[in-house]
Ligand binder design. Structure first.
Ligand code: C2E
Ligand code: SIN
Ligand code: SIN
Ligand code: FE
Ligand code: FE
Length: 411
């Protein structure tokens, strides 16, 4: 029936493939997608352990997705459940054992766990077969749980997850857990680096950085899909962009607190200094050890350029901050990059950054209402922002709003 060797080879390759992914959010999505494809699961979700609870992080569901307009994404809200025997996911995290269920609506009497029908009710879905897999590390124990839902054959009939798939999934879950731990460490390190650098003024902390990064990825994905970017290229780019966008303002490290935290409008001299955060940030990555450094350098340098060419820093030499020959302006500055002269990662982070800056409180401003924020983005389309990317932003707005809820200010 199955070519065992071929399947073993596949799962090893898939395990290796996911270790290439650096960003934790992108990684969790990929793990779930790969595992679902391998066992033909219609749906699935991932929980990550936080202290003694499981946080629901990500969900995929092909049936529900088909009900949406093309290009739209499922919106889900994050919640937590206890690690105990009362829920299926909780039970698997508690015991550390994989659990295969033929029909969650027909569980034998006397089990400690029960299926929570609420999720099906809210989403108008019917869960039947379920394979719930612990993500565990030898040293640290359980770090999360992956739930695979409704194995389907080619004609769409639900069957039980195959016993012979279980060792493959166990193997894959092992590689996945390692990759997750690694990515979580990388994310923590970036956030710590930003904090340490005192970029973190009390009002603009990790959540801002995470939001700008997550918005950037959403906008980019919609924009790139519309342009027909191949899926593998897109996945790679999303991963690189997610990290680079987190570091967009890392150059503020070099700006004095007197300017950075000034609770009022900056005067013209201060603005000139403030603008240096672009190329100063870019310089930190000038060695280009990897495509992550390269992307971080590009984003830091280009996130304040404007579509109509009136942004900054323009065509400068990052090493000196001086205009490149032929690009000098009379005021001593450099000619701004216009339209597609600014790389896509710069254009996309520009939108995400301004959207977040306007929506939130800053030392120098109060938050704006959503209507006013959206009006501003719309009217600046073709002036400050790439019009195609603004269209992608509005097409992704539902997802973007749900991202905002994932990274609230007071976390
Ligand atoms: P940021 O706070 O991350 O803001 C990013 C961008 O959002 C700004 O880039 C600007 O394009 C947009 N933005 C933020 N607030 C407003 C606003 O009230 N109105 C409008 N129309 N746009 C807004 P920009 O202006 O190049 O500023 C870059 C960085 O310089 C800001 O990053 C912030 O850290 C600092 N900054 C800018 N203006 C002031 C200010 O008046 N006072 C202080 N203390 N810092 C400022
Ligand atoms: C559980 O694992 O029981 C919680 C999630 C669900 O009901 O599908
Ligand atoms: C940060 O919050 O660490 C970055 C500051 C900013 O983007 O305004
Ligand atoms: Fe900036
Ligand atoms: Fe910013």
């Amino acid at each position: 029936m199955f070519d065992e060797k071929q399947r073993l080879k596949n799962i090893i390759e898939l395990g290796q493939e996911i270790t290439q992914v650096k960003d934790i959010d992108i990684l969790l999505e990929r793990i779930l997608a790969v595992a679902r494809r391998f066992v033909n699961a219609d749906a699935g979700s991932i929980y990550v352990k936080e202290n003694d609870r499981l946080r629901f992080i990500s969900a995929q569901n092909d049936t529900l997705k088909k009900r949406l307009a093309p290009g739209k994404k499922l919106i889900y809200s994050s919640f937590t459940i206890p690690v105990d025997m009362s829920s299926i996911a909780g039970y698997v995290a508690y015991t550390g054992e994989m659990l295969a269920i033929t029909d969650v609506y027909d569980l034998p009497k006397g089990l400690p766990y029960s299926f929570n029908k609420e999720y099906d009710r809210v989403s108008d879905y019917h869960t039947q077969s379920m394979l719930t897999v612990p993500l565990k590390l030898t040293r640290r124990g359980i770090i999360g749980v992956m739930q695979l839902i409704n194995a389907k054959d080619d004609s769409g009939n639900v069957y039980s997850f195959l016993k012979e798939d279980e060792p493959f999934i166990t193997h894959f879950a092992g590689s996945a857990a390692l990759a997750v731990e690694h990515a979580a460490m990388t994310r923590d390190m970036i956030l710590r680096m930003i904090k340490m650098a005192e970029l973190r003024d009390p009002k603009e902390t990790g959540p801002h950085v995470n939001r700008v990064a997550a918005y950037s990825v959403e906008i980019y994905e919609t924009w790139a899909a519309r342009r027909g970017m191949p899926a593998d290229e897109m996945e790679r780019n999303k991963d690189v962009l997610r990290m680079a966008a987190m570091l967009h303002d890392v150059g503020k490290v070099a700006i004095s607190d007197a300017i950075l935290k000034k609770p009022a409008k900056l005067d013209p001299d201060e603005i000139i200094v403030m603008r240096q955060h672009t190329y100063l940030g870019s310089r930190l990555f000038s060695e280009h050890y990897s495509e992550f450094d390269e992307a971080s350098s590009i984003v830091a340098m280009n996130h304040h350029e404007k579509w109509d060419g009136t942004g900054y820093p323009g065509y400068i030499d990052a090493a000196t901050g001086r205009p490149l020959p032929g690009y000098e302006l009379k005021d001593g500055g450099a000619r701004g990059k216009k339209a597609e002269e600014t790389p896509p990662f710069g254009r996309v982070v520009a939108i995400a950054d301004v959207y977040d800056a306007l929506s939130c409180r800053r030392v120098y401003k109060e938050p704006w209402g959503e209507d006013r924020v959206l009006e501003t983005l719309k009217s600046d389309s073709g002036k400050h922002f790439d019009p195609e990317m603004i269209d992608a932003f509005f097409a992704s707005l539902d997802t973007i709003r749900s991202v905002a809820k994932r990274y609230p200010e007071n976390e």
